[in-house]
Design a protein around this ligand. Structure first.
Ligand code: HAM
Length: 426
């Protein structure tokens, strides 16, 4: 009888990102940080756990996220807590909690981290997924929206993505939306009996949500419903036209998508998504928009806001597919030393090269040259430095360019400069 224990597996819908993947994730995150910094965004880190009411009040009590997808539990003191399904609500909560509105000017904040939604897992859809998000608080100027989308285009270019669609819509303000909802309700009254159960209920409770129903059979009916863009008040219409005009001026192509109301209730005016045809069913790799009423919904002062969340898992699928961004985790140098006498020199050299920020590996035990070079090759080292008895005698190390197969003798004291020069050129 075997007493082997069953290995424990990761939770359904969650996954491990292994080093062969994380190198590219880090590159993407580095590019995001750089681009965000250029537009004067600064990082905010909020907790993963929040009070459940935060999301019920902001994302909306009748959304799929809140009704079906949140990981919610009673804490030991009976408080209801939720693993954040998104972070915009958390950022606005933090903005209010720390009175950031007392600091004058516009706040530009970004975050990178895991989110949790209990959706049906499939390619590009996970229960723990990652978002790179950014939010601007404190201005409702249409230039904010356009400049933000310009920033996203710059970022996507930096990670090698050029093939995508920007979908744009406006969901109006509470004033014109109320008028539109009347028209939408009337239209739904005539057709809702032929729709899915969720739509039938939402036609009454929250008709806007009907527009982002994903049930295939409902799509032809939804296509024929009235468009919110035809019912915007003059101020919202002007805002939308300004955003669209500024996008044109900046040379950013977009498509108007009248059904794009997004799956969260806090949006006002501009909504947008970007999709990529390489992603299959889950083709939206980012989404966002304006949320001018969210701060007040959460008990804060009136503060207009605009933001995005990039679905990092989906973005990475598209980045890999595009194949333009390369992870830079290759080994720079392998130090192959032979014989105990060479150990000290190898140890000192490894330390000195590492202090230069280069990636170095070495054999930990004395090893034959052939074996060490084989390992250097397997690890993808650019250079191997060979230190054996002969080299110790001359004070010159052999430096082998692994790809070219060429070997040069370099004076021990010059090795750092030699590597710097070669690796810069490469
Ligand atoms: P969202 O559209 O719910 O918006 O999510 C943004 C992106 O996160 C989606 O476009 C998608 O790429 C990714 N995503 C969502 N759910 C999953 C999942 N289960 N698996 C993998 N990726 C997923 C928001 O979260 C808003 N907070 C965006 C925002 C920021 N609006 C204003 N500011």
């Amino acid at each position: 009888m075997s007493n082997r224990v069953e290995p424990i597996r990761s939770v359904k819908g969650t996954r491990d990102l292994l080093p062969r993947e994380t190198a590219l994730w880090q590159r993407v995150e580095d590019e995001a940080r750089r681009v965000f910094a250029a537009y004067n965004f600064r990082e905010i880190r909020t907790p993963i756990l929040e009070q459940t009411t935060l999301f019920a009040r902001s994302v909306g009590a009748d959304t799929d996220i809140v009704t079906k997808e949140m990981y919610t539990f009673q804490d030991r003191d009976d408080e209801s807590l939720t693993l954040r399904p998104e972070a915009t609500a958390s950022v606005v909560r933090a903005y209010i909690e720390h009175n950031l509105y007392n600091e004058r000017g516009i706040h530009k904040l970004y975050y990178i981290g895991p989110m949790f939604r209990r959706e049906r897992p499939q390619k590009g859809r996970y229960r723990q997924f990652y978002q790179i998000g950014a939010e601007v608080l404190g201005s409702d100027h249409p230039t904010i929206d356009a400049e933000f989308l310009e920033m996203l285009a710059l970022f996507l270019g930096r990670v090698g993505l050029t093939e995508y669609n920007l979908l744009l819509n406006s969901v109006g303000c509470p004033k014109c939306r109320a008028e539109y909802l009347k028209v939408l309700r009337q239209a739904l009254d005539k057709v809702k009996d032929g729709m899915c159960g969720d739509c039938q209920r939402r036609a009454v409770t929250n008709p806007l949500r009907v527009l982002d129903c994903k049930v295939e059979a409902d799509q032809p009916i939804i296509e024929k419903l009235p468009h919110i863009l035809d019912h915007l008040c003059p101020e919202c219409r002007q805002h939308f036209d300004c955003v669209a005009g500024e996008l044109q001026q900046r040379g950013i192509p977009y498509e108007i998508a009248p059904r794009l109301v997004r799956g969260l209730d806090y949006y006002t005016r501009t909504t947008f998504e970007m999709t990529s045809s390489v992603l299959g069913a889950q083709n939206a790799f980012l989404g966002g928009g304006r949320y001018d009423g969210l701060s007040e919904m959460l008990g804060g002062p009136p503060t207009p806001g605009f933001g995005v969340a990039i679905g990092e898992d989906r973005l990475l699928l598209a980045v890999e597919q595009a194949g333009k961004l390369k992870a830079d985790d290759a080994l720079d140098v392998f130090i192959a030393w032979m014989g105990d006498a060479a150990r000290d020199s190898a140890t000192q050299l490894a330390r000195a090269i590492r202090q230069q920020g280069l990636r170095v590996e070495s054999n930990y035990e004395p090893a034959r040259l052939k074996k060490s070079l084989g390992l250097a090759n397997k690890l993808g080292a650019r250079f191997a430095i060979i230190i054996g008895e002969g080299e110790l005698g001359t004070g010159r190390w052999q430096v082998k360019d692994m790809a070219a197969g060429q070997q040069e003798e370099v004076e021990a004291g010059r090795v750092l400069a030699y590597l710097r020069e070669k690796l810069q050129k490469g």
